[in-house]
Design a protein around this ligand. Structure first.
Ligand code: CUA
Length: 374
């Protein structure tokens, strides 16, 4: 027996419709695997936004069930039967016209009020009480976030006594309010950490700010949520939420200049190569081609600062994982950094990483050096 919806449909077309429905459910199920879910918030901002989501969904579901239920009931109850006369015509009935104008307005007004209420509760810091101030004395952790095409840079120089810059991995202490100042000097991006905070656009010439807090330690995916060019899909970052003491250990490591590799080692050759080659034209390493994070020379560099590259989980906006454990000298078959250095344009076409080809020996040296920069 065919369902009424498909009645009269040719078998072939019916087959296509059912296949499309099955395929889309398989595809949508695959989305769940590695994607972060807004349904599992780990902070007050995402939590309030989720509350709004459920409220609107509840209103929409109620409206859907009432309208569709009424419709189906009417179709069945008042279907044409043999010998039936025409039903009464209600065109121009003032009571009915007023009812179906006022009822939707009431529902939409409820959604509007709850949306505005949520927006206002998210705006001020006062509603995001954090833990006691950071060891430096600051009440909030301030980070400048720069959206590049296509990677994220995190500048911790705004929080007093921090003074360093990193990329691809945003570390924050659990329970502390984070104030992210969002900058772009290229196109519009959107900063989004689904389990911690909703999206805010990163707009050239219009610096947005957002406040958020994460209450559960862990590593969460952040991403760009606004189409920003060919590699928009490869513009991810990690958010590492950690206890205050672990965070402070990370901070003090990041503040230091890059480690100098043992003389004569493969890594030392890599350092020499970095310094003397094309790499240093775009990337900075404190203690190698930069005197400090605030070295004026840094302004001219277009690539990420690599001073502590080895401590990061991602390469180039998450296009590859930084799988350092697979990067042993002489055995780079599965080493993602080696793959990246061998063919950046093949892996991330259109990125700024345009280099003259490196020899295998040079790749060995650079991998040994960069992965040693913990
Ligand atoms: Cu940046 Cu999409």
């Amino acid at each position: 027996m065919k369902m009424p919806l498909f009645r009269g449909m040719k078998p072939k077309r019916l087959g296509i419709v059912i296949s499309a429905m099955l395929l889309s459910s398989v595809l949508l199920a695959a989305c769940g695997e590695n994607s972060p879910s807004i349904l599992e918030p780990v902070g007050p901002v995402a939590d309030k936004e989720l509350g709004l989501f459920w409220f609107i969904l509840a209103v929409a579901t109620f409206v859907f069930v009432v309208v569709e239920g009424w419709l189906i009931y009417s179709i069945v109850r008042y279907r044409a039967r043999p010998g039936m006369s025409a039903p009464p015509q209600i065109h121009g009935n003032n009571t009915v016209e007023a009812a179906w104008t006022i009822a939707p307005a009431v529902f939409l007004f409820a959604v509007l009020v709850y949306t505005i209420y949520t927006m206002f509760t998210l705006a001020p810091t006062a509603n995001l009480p954090g833990t006691p101030p950071l060891p430096g004395g600051a009440a909030t952790l301030e980070v400048r976030v720069y959206a590049h095409q296509w990677w994220w840079e995190f500048d911790y120089t705004k929080t007093p006594n921090y003074g360093f810059v990193t990329a691809d991995s945003l570390h924050i202490p659990v329970g502390t309010v984070v104030k992210a100042d969002l900058y772009s000097d290229n196109v519009i991006h959107s900063f989004w950490i689904p389990r911690i905070t909703g999206k805010t656009d990163v707009i050239p010439g219009h610096d947005n700010t957002m406040l958020f807090r994460a209450d559960t330690p862990g590593t969460y995916l952040g991403e760009c949520a606004e189409f920003c060019g060919a590699q928009h899909a490869h513009m991810n970052f990690d958010v590492i939420v950690e206890p205050m003491d672990t965070f402070q250990t990370w901070v003090s490591t990041q503040q230091q200049a890059a480690a100098t590799p043992p003389a004569g080692s493969l890594a030392a050759q890599g350092e020499q190569l970095f310094k003397s080659s094309q790499c240093a034209g775009c990337h900075g390493i404190v203690g190698v081609n930069l005197n400090s994070y605030s070295d004026p020379k840094a302004a001219a560099l277009i690539g990420p600062n690599l001073t502590h590259f080895g401590s990061r989980d991602q390469i180039a906006g998450g296009v590859l994982d930084n799988n350092a454990d697979q990067c042993q000298p002489g055995n780079l078959g599965n080493c993602n950094l080696a793959k990246w250095l061998a063919d950046p344009q093949g892996i991330k076409p259109g990125s700024d990483m345009v280099i003259s080809p490196l020899t295998q020996a040079q790749i060995n040296e650079l991998v040994a050096y960069l992965e040693s920069l913990k």
